[in-house]
Design a protein around this ligand. Structure first.
Ligand code: NAP
Length: 553
C-alpha cells in the first residue's frame, strides 16, 4: 500500500529528496512547486519504503493503512494529482534532482560568518543550509527571547503537527557554528553597520510583520481588529497577550478567506475543552470559555473558485466543524463548477458543494462561508455592530450584524532601516535574495518574496539565497569582517544585558514543557519577564568562556 501526504504538509520538500524513486511531486525544481497547495505521492510509483515519513518534519505522511477516517480523503487527493494510467508503474531509481549544496571555498582570514536577522522558518532553513558546510558560523538575532517566529506565534494551537517542525529547528540550533542572540533587536541594540563589521554577510529573514489594512469607514473602532492579531493573542505572543477581545456577540465576521481566516474561524468555533489540550494561551482560553459566539461568517469579495484557502485546510475544517453555505452561495458554487476546468479548483468546489445549507439548524457554533461580498463600512457609533457589504459588482447592499469584525486580508512586510524597500510589493528589492544596491545584505522568506506559501516553502527560498551568498563569498565579493573576532558577544551584552543564548532558550523551552504537564504540549510564557526569569536559571558563562565560545563557534 502506498504512502499518502495529508493535511499538515508543510511543502518543504524534504520528502522529495528522501524518496528513492522520485514519486513525490511537484518537486522544488518543478514549475508547479511555488503555487502547489501541498505535495502528492504517486500511488503507482511509491515503493512503500517509508523514507519520506522519516524525512517529513511535521509528520504529514503515513501509509494508507495508518490513516484515520478523516484523512482517507487524502488517498484520492494524492492519486488525483497524477494522470490515470493502466497498471502499476515499475519503480524508478531516478532520484529527484538534488540542489547543489553551496560549497564554501575556505580562505585564510577565517571562516565564513553570517548574521541572520529573524528566527522564523526562513531564518532557520537558511542557517541549516549554511551549516551544511564545515567551519561556517551563523549568528541568529531575534527581537523576542523565544525563537521560531510564526511557527510559535502564528500557527494555530490546534495544528500541533505543524508546530512539530520546531524539533527540526532545535536540532539546527545544536549544530556546531550556530549562535543565538535572542531578545536583541537589530536597529535598537545593534545596527546593520555593526553586524556588517562582524560578519561577511547579513541575511534578513524578518517576515512580513504587519497586517494589510482595510481602508473602510469604522475600522479601528472597538469591536474591529485583524485576524493575525487574534492568532497572536491565541498563541500568547507577548505583544498581543493582553489584547482586549470581546466575544460577547453571537456573530463574528471575518473579511477575506485565506487560511488565516479559516484558522481564526476554526478556533472561535472549537470546543474550548479541546483547545485546553493545546498550547493556547491561558488568557485566550479563559476568554474562549466565556464566548457567546455561535457563528463565524467568512466573507470573500470574489466567488467560490477564487477562494484563497487551500484544499487540505478546507478538508481538515469540514472534517471537524460545521461549515455551511447559504442557498445563494450554493448556487454560486454550482455555477463555478459548471465552468471551472482546473482540476484542483474543481476539487475545492466539489467539497464546497457538499456543505450543509445555512438554513439547517446546528447544535454547536458554526462557520458560514459567504461569497461576492465587498466590504463598504463597519456599522456602529461607539463600537462595531456589523458590516455593510456591496454584492460585488452591483449596487445591492447586504447588511450583517456582528459583535466582532476581523479583517484577514494578508500580511505586509515593513521597511528595514538601511535597506531599500519596494513600497508597492512591501518587500526588500532583491535578485535571488541579493538585496539590490546593498552588497553584503541578503533576504529570505516573506520579506524577499511576499507573504505567500507554507512553512516549508521557505526551505527552497532560503536555499536559493544561501547559494547566491556563498557564490559571492567564493567570488571574493564579501569583505572580511573588520571587527575583532569574538568581540560581538561583549558588544551585544553591553547594550542588552538580558540577551538570551541557545542555553537560555533551552531553559525557557524546558520550563514551558514542565508547565504544560501531562495534558498539554506546553504552557507558554506570555510575559517577557517570565521568559527572562526562566532563561536566567542557566548561569551566564564567564567573559573568558564567552570569548572562547565566540571564537570557536
Ligand atoms: P491570503 O491567502 O493572501 O488571503 C487574503 C484574502 O484577503 C483573500 O481572500 C483576498 O481576496 C482577501 N482580500 C485582500 N484584499 C482585500 C480587500 N481589500 N477586501 C476584501 N478582501 C480582500 O492571506 P492569509 O490568509 O493571510 O495567508 C497568508 C499566507 O499564509 C498564505 O500563503 C496562506 O496559505 C499561508 N497560511 C497557511 C496556513 C496553513 O497552511 N495552515 C495557515 C495560515 C496561513 P482576493 O483573493 O479577492 O484578493
Amino acid at each position: 500500500m502506498p504512502h499518502v501526504i495529508t493535511q499538515s504538509c508543510c511543502s518543504d520538500g524534504s520528502c522529495v529528496y528522501a524518496c528513492p524513486v522520485n514519486c513525490i511531486h511537484p518537486s522544488p525544481d518543478e514549475p508547479g512547486f511555488a503555487t502547489a497547495e501541498m505535495l502528492f505521492v504517486d500511488p503507482d510509483a511509491c515503493v512503500d519504503c517509508g523514507a519520506c515519513v522519516s524525512a517529513c518534519p511535521v509528520g504529514a505522511i503515513a501509509p494508507v493503512t495508518k490513516l484515520d477516517e478523516s484523512q482517507r480523503v487524502f488517498v484520492e487527493l494524492n492519486a488525483a494529482f497524477y494522470p490515470k494510467r493502466e497498471g502499476k508503474l515499475p519503480p524508478t531509481s531516478k532520484l529527484a534532482p538534488v540542489l547543489e549544496a553551496p560549497v564554501v571555498h575556505r580562505r585564510p582570514g577565517g571562516p565564513l560568518t553570517v548574521a541572520i536577522v529573524g528566527s522564523g522558518p526562513a531564518a532557520m532553513y537558511a542557517a541549516d543550509e549554511l551549516l551544511t558546510q564545515d567551519g561556517v558560523r551563523v549568528n541568529v538575532f531575534e527581537r523576542l527571547p523565544t525563537p521560531y517566529g510564526l511557527v510559535r506565534a502564528g500557527v494555530a494551537p490546534d495544528h500541533q503537527a505543524t508546530k512539530r517542525v520546531t524539533a527540526l529547528f532545535d536540532r539546527i540550533t545544536r549544530k556546531r557554528g550556530f549562535g543565538f542572540f535572542l531578545n536583541v533587536e537589530v536597529g535598537t541594540h545593534v545596527s546593520h553597520a555593526e553586524l556588517t563589521a562582524h560578519h561577511h554577510a547579513v541575511l534578513y529573514a524578518v517576515g512580513a510583520p504587519n497586517d494589510r489594512r482595510l481602508d473602510v469607514e469604522g475600522m479601528g473602532r472597538p469591536g474591529s481588529g485583524t485576524a493575525t492579531e487574534l492568532v497572536a493573542w491565541i498563541n500568547g505572543h507577548p505583544d498581543f497577550a493582553r489584547l482586549p477581545v470581546d466575544l460577547s456577540g453571537e456573530r463574528v465576521v471575518v473579511i477575506g478567506n485565506g487560511n488565516v481566516a479559516l484558522d481564526v474561524a476554526r478556533i472561535l468555533t472549537t470546543d474550548p475543552e479541546d483547545l485546553a489540550r493545546t498550547d493556547v494561551s491561558d488568557r485566550a482560553l479563559a476568554a474562549l470559555r466565556q464566548s457567546s459566539v455561535r457563528e463565524v461568517v467568512i466573507a470573500a469579495r470574489r466567488g467560490p473558485s477564487a477562494s484563497a484557502f487551500t484544499l487540505p485546510e478546507l478538508i481538515g475544517l469540514t472534517a471537524t466543524h460545521d461549515v455551511v453555505l447559504s442557498a445563494d452561495d450554493h448556487e454560486l458554487v454550482r455555477q463555478d463548477l459548471a465552468s471551472e476546468s482546473d482540476p484542483l479548483t474543481r476539487n475545492k468546489l466539489e467539497v464546497l458543494s457538499t456543505l450543509a445549507d445555512a438554513a439547517t439548524p446546528v447544535a454547536r457554533p458554526r462557520i458560514r462561508l459567504a461569497y461576492q461580498l465587498t466590504p463598504l463600512r463597519l456599522r456602529g457609533a461607539q463600537r462595531v455592530e456589523g458590516v455593510d457589504f456591496a454584492v460585488t459588482g452591483t449596487d445591492e447592499v447586504r447588511r450583517l450584524g456582528a459583535g466582532l469584525v476581523l479583517t484577514s486580508i494578508g500580511y505586509r512586510g515593513k521597511p528595514i532601516r538601511d535597506l531599500p524597500f519596494d513600497d508597492d510589493a512591501a518587500v526588500v528589492p532583491n535578485r535571488g535574495g541579493r538585496v539590490l544596491g546593498a552588497p553584503g545584505a541578503y533576504v529570505a522568506g516573506w520579506i524577499k518574496r511576499g507573504p505567500t506559501g507554507f512553512i516549508g516553502t521557505n526551505k527552497s527560498c532560503a536555499a536559493e539565497t544561501v547559494r547566491n551568498l556563498v557564490g559571492d563569498y567564493n567570488a571574493g565579493l564579501l569583505a572580511d569582517p573588520s571587527a575583532t573576532p569574538g568581540h560581538l558577544d561583549g558588544l551585544i551584552r553591553a547594550r542588552q544585558p538580558d540577551v538570551v543564548d541557545a542555553a537560555g532558550w533551552q531553559a525557557i523551552d524546558a520550563a514551558e514543557l514542565v508547565r504544560g504537564g501531562e495534558d498539554r504540549p506546553r504552557d507558554k510564557f506570555t510575559e517577557i519577564s517570565d521568559m527572562l526569569a526562566a532563561a536566567a536559571t542557566v548561569p551566564t558563562p564567564s567573559v573568558g568562556r564567552r570569548l572562547l565560545a565566540g571564537l570557536r563557534r
